[in-house]
Design a protein around this ligand. Structure first.
Ligand code: MEV
Length: 479
């Protein structure tokens, strides 16, 4: 860890209230410097029309999202600023808040597995005899098939990765899904050859798809079988990352009042109760797929934000997360929570697939991605490192949601941030927003109707005041 990085603090009090230039200066003071191009890219959404036209088909224009930074994160004893590209208010604030609470302990501790992904080649058999003959021949031919597969990805092999193993599985018909009855062909005999590929720092889709397509023809010719589709599996269950954090229970107690002296034992009891309420919310997600889906969505609120900022394929991460959550046969929560035995901490853990890349794809095409990488520094250079940061952010986001749900609910915090968007939508000017926001929060009426009424009242007052002033000065002049 460089000297500058090890001394860096991601705690920047007042960052929220600062202007954009001040924020850049505050980051600079912590050793995070953006190049002119990166800053310009952030002004303009990170992508030029010309580049966009080379990325996808039928381009009509660009579509921007806010690029925010989450503070307070300490991950594996290193302070980090987290780039988040997301449209939903409260995500940046919620995970920064939990990251702050985690600093009373060791912060987030993470790990990640090697970047091994699975590629699949579908095989169809005419009968059970064909299946059994193939199984035997495949086992015998594995060493030479492995060599062929690695010959299809020499670049990856030269970087220390490549195809590590080949497996065959038969795929029994899915008798459980009623929806597919009458559509599926349960009598078809089907199997899959799986390739386990270490993609090092790439997400791996391109390379795995190329290897699978090459191997598909080799299998067909060597074994005289009918092969069909050949593609990577997004269910990256060999490429999981984990994060754990202990939040001191006293930190979960409500905010201290300014007027009263803090009563430590009272705070501890409140924190312990809150800890148990969070664990109970986790238990609901464990038991009920309807709750687990929303619980996991909270995790993805953080993960997707970093995935988009760093130019990663967030759809693939989403697909993997939800398939992994259902691997036991019942869709359930990806994270787990308990109160520690000594009743001092809330123990929180998250384990999930994290197939992210730091090279290849469109990662360096987008200038905004370069700005995100400037924030993350060395953590954005290795896929395993980035994966570790992302699970930590997902876990922070998840804890933030449960903390709010188990406390006053999410609507108050959510709506007080959301109200800014509502005010913009109804045409409030930027100089009117903070007055109106304060006013609406004070009345607790955080809805569009109240916002309209408040805006009208403010504008009437503003119109009246200068008029009153005019009348007064006229009267004064007239003696
Ligand atoms: C909203 O974007 C996410 C939450 O619904 C997550 C959860 O319920 O745990 C608040």
């Amino acid at each position: 860890m460089s000297e500058e990085r090890s001394k860096r603090s991601s705690r920047v009090p007042g960052f929220y209230t600062q202007g954009r230039e001040q924020r850049f200066r505050a980051l600079g003071a912590e050793g995070i410097h953006f190049t002119k191009e990166e800053k310009l890219a952030l002004d303009e959404g990170g992508l030029t029309l010309k580049r966009a036209e080379n990325m996808i088909e039928n381009v009509l224009g660009l579509y921007s999202l806010p690029f925010g930074v989450a503070l307070n994160f300490r991950i594996d004893h290193e302070d980090l600023f987290i780039p988040l590209v997301v449209e939903e208010p409260s995500i940046v604030a919620a995970c920064s808040n939990i990251a702050k609470l985690s600093r009373a302990g060791d912060g987030f501790i993470t790990s990640s597995e090697a970047s091994v992904m699975k590629g699949q080649i579908q095989i169809l058999f005419n009968d059970a005899f064909g299946l059994n003959t193939f199984k035997q021949a495949f086992e015998n031919a594995k060493p030479s098939l492995l060599e062929s597969a690695n010959r299809l990805c020499p670049g990856l092999v030269s970087r220390g990765g490549g195809v590590l193993a080949l497996r065959f599985r038969t795929l029994p018909p899915n008798a459980r899904s009623k929806y597919h009855q009458g559509w599926s062909s349960p009598d078809t005999i089907m199997g899959v050859v799986e390739l386990h590929v270490d993609c090092i720092d790439a997400m791996g889709a391109n390379i795995i798809n190329s290897v699978c397509e090459g191997m598909r023809f080799e299998l067909q010719q060597r074994f005289n079988i009918q092969t069909h589709i050949a593609i990577l599996s997004n269910l990256a269950d060999l490429r999981c990352a984990e994060a754990r954090v202990e939040i001191p229970l006293h930190a979960l107690a409500g905010k201290e009042s300014k007027d009263s002296t803090p009563d430590e034992s009272q705070r501890y009891v409140e924190g312990l109760q809150q800890g148990h309420r969070i664990v109970s919310a986790y238990e609901m997600a464990l038991r009920d797929p309807y709750r687990a889906c929303t619980h996991n969505k909270g995790i993805m609120n953080g993960i997707d934000g970093v995935a988009v900022a760093t130019g990663n394929d967030w759809r693939s991460i989403e697909a993997a997360a939800h398939a992994y959550a259902a691997l036991s046969g019942q869709y359930t929560t990806l994270s787990r929570f308990r109160v520690s035995r000594d009743e001092q901490n809330l123990e929180c853990e998250l384990r999930m697939p994290m197939a992210v890349g730091t090279v290849g794809g469109s990662i360096l095409v987008h200038e905004g991605v370069r700005a995100a990488r400037a924030l993350l520094g060395a953590r954005a250079e290795k896929a395993g490192e980035l994966a570790r940061v992302m699970v930590a952010v997902g876990l922070a986001q998840n804890i933030g949601a449960l903390h709010a749900l188990a406390g006053e609910g999410i609507q108050r915090g959510h709506m007080s941030l959301h109200i800014r968007q509502v005010l913009l939508e109804i045409g409030a000017a930027s100089h009117e927003i903070s007055t109106l926001k304060e006013q609406l929060i004070a009345t607790g009426e955080l809805n569009r109707q109240a916002a309209r009424a408040a805006l009208k009242a403010l504008r009437n007052k503003d119109c009246k005041e200068p008029k009153d002033k005019l009348v007064m000065s006229k009267l004064k002049r007239e003696g």
